[in-house]
Design a protein around this ligand. Structure first.
Ligand code: MG
Length: 387
């Protein structure tokens, strides 16, 4: 029976991963949460993991007092505690389902320890791709992506020699794919939070609507599959049935299809690529209609910005994701408008230095300075708008 450590076990991917792991007969040997003490406590009682980490040390103390005497789970906290959750249990597989750069150090440690990584976190590759990929090459750690598109591309490349002509990265188009530029400028956070296909957290729902999320996925794909920007084409595919495709030298494309259900890519990673019975339903084929279109970079400029960051290289993508974090928060709070998200992102990363960050500590430093710049830009826009 294999075991898995789930970092970010109380989030959307984390809770689904627990169901998938149990269904596969796996042991969950470590879990972690950022905030949600109550759910983490329930998970400890149910799973009896070796280690459970709660980010805040005060809350972690309260948690340690709450769990029953029969449970031997070690409660940890902070960055050191998260690293321990990643590498200190018997887990062979570490699923990283945290958001932001919070788990970067833990991910890096897990790769160093040659664990198999199921990667559901985007920021890791967007902000520290060169460090993560270099370390994985050195340690032989296998990174299996859990983002649905990247899982699809990974599956399309199975059995090939890794060479391809083009990656076709599909995209639902978000809730606003048919709005004009003028209409988009008027969108508020309530409208932006209605995503047509996937039910997700607030931040990623906004990122899907601006196509910033797809932009980050382009960068993620570039690192995972060693693909230059010109070999990654985004296609708007509103049905979200083809999760992505790969075109080869002979003109043949292989597409990966299925119902849109995150438990599919989670299972593929946790089962280490074996095809076994899972929790996802299968497609109903009769009447199935699939359409593919090019994205409009004029209306969704955040996607173009991601390509720019990828071409530019170095820490520009890191500055972009740092700025976007704060810009989306400010938009959700009603402080800035929809297209201001793009302005904040563009202005923050335009002057970013070119060199690749050399260490995780430097990534965290660069993130801090990019966020400070973004905050200044947001404040200026908000005060101009009288908010
Ligand atoms: Mg995705």
């Amino acid at each position: 029976m294999k075991s898995v450590a789930i970092l970010g076990s109380t989030g959307s991917v984390g809770t689904q991963a627990i169901e998938v792991a149990i269904n596969l007969g796996m042991r969950v040997s470590a879990i972690s949460a950022n905030e949600n003490l109550d759910l983490l406590e329930q998970q400890i009682n149910r799973l009896k993991p070796e280690i459970a980490c709660l980010a805040n040390s005060q809350k972690a103390k309260a948690l340690a007092q709450r769990i029953g005497p029969g449970i031997k789970t070690k409660i940890t906290s902070g960055q050191a505690g998260l690293v321990e959750a990643a590498i200190g249990s018997s887990a062979e597989i570490v699923l990283v389902a945290t958001s932001g750069t919070h788990a970067l150090e833990a991910l890096h440690a897990a790769i160093k320890a040659s664990k198999t990584i199921a990667l559901a976190n985007k920021e890791a590759l967007v902000s520290a791709g060169s460090i993560i990929i270099a370390e994985a090459k050195r340690s032989g750690s296998q990174i299996i992506p859990v983002d649905s598109e990247h899982s699809a591309i990974y599956q399309c490349l199975e059995g090939s020699n890794g060479e391809f002509e083009k990656i076709l990265l599909t995209c639902s188009g978000g809730p606003f794919k048919n709005l004009s530029k003028e209409e988009l400028a008027m969108v508020d956070s309530k409208q932006a939070l209605m995503h047509p296909t996937w039910s997700m957290g607030k931040k990623i729902t906004i990122d899907s609507s601006t196509l910033m999320n797809k932009g980050f996925e382009v960068i993620e794909a570039s690192w995972l599959f060693c693909a230059p920007p010109e070999k990654i084409q985004v296609l708007i595919h509103p049905q979200s049935i083809v999760h992505s495709a790969v075109e080869f030298a002979d003109g043949i494309a292989i597409a990966q299809m299925g119902v849109p259900d995150m438990r599919g890519p989670i299972q593929y990673a946790l089962a280490e690529k074996k095809r076994v019975k899972g929790l996802c339903g299968s497609l109903s084929w009769p009447g199935l209609q699939l359409t593919f279109d090019e994205p409009d970079l004029e209306r969704f400029p955040c996607l173009a910005l991601a390509y720019e960051a990828l071409v530019h290289g170095g820490s520009m993508a890191l500055a972009l994701t740092s700025a976007n974090d704060l810009a989306v928060d400010a938009f959700l709070e009603g402080r800035i408008g929809y297209y201001d998200i793009y302005d904040v992102n563009a202005q923050t990363c335009v002057k970013e230095q070119i060199a690749d960050p050399a260490s995780i500590a430097q990534v965290i430093e660069l993130e801090k300075s990019a966020k400070a710049r973004a905050k200044g830009i947001i404040d200026a826009i908000a005060s101009k708008r009288g908010r």
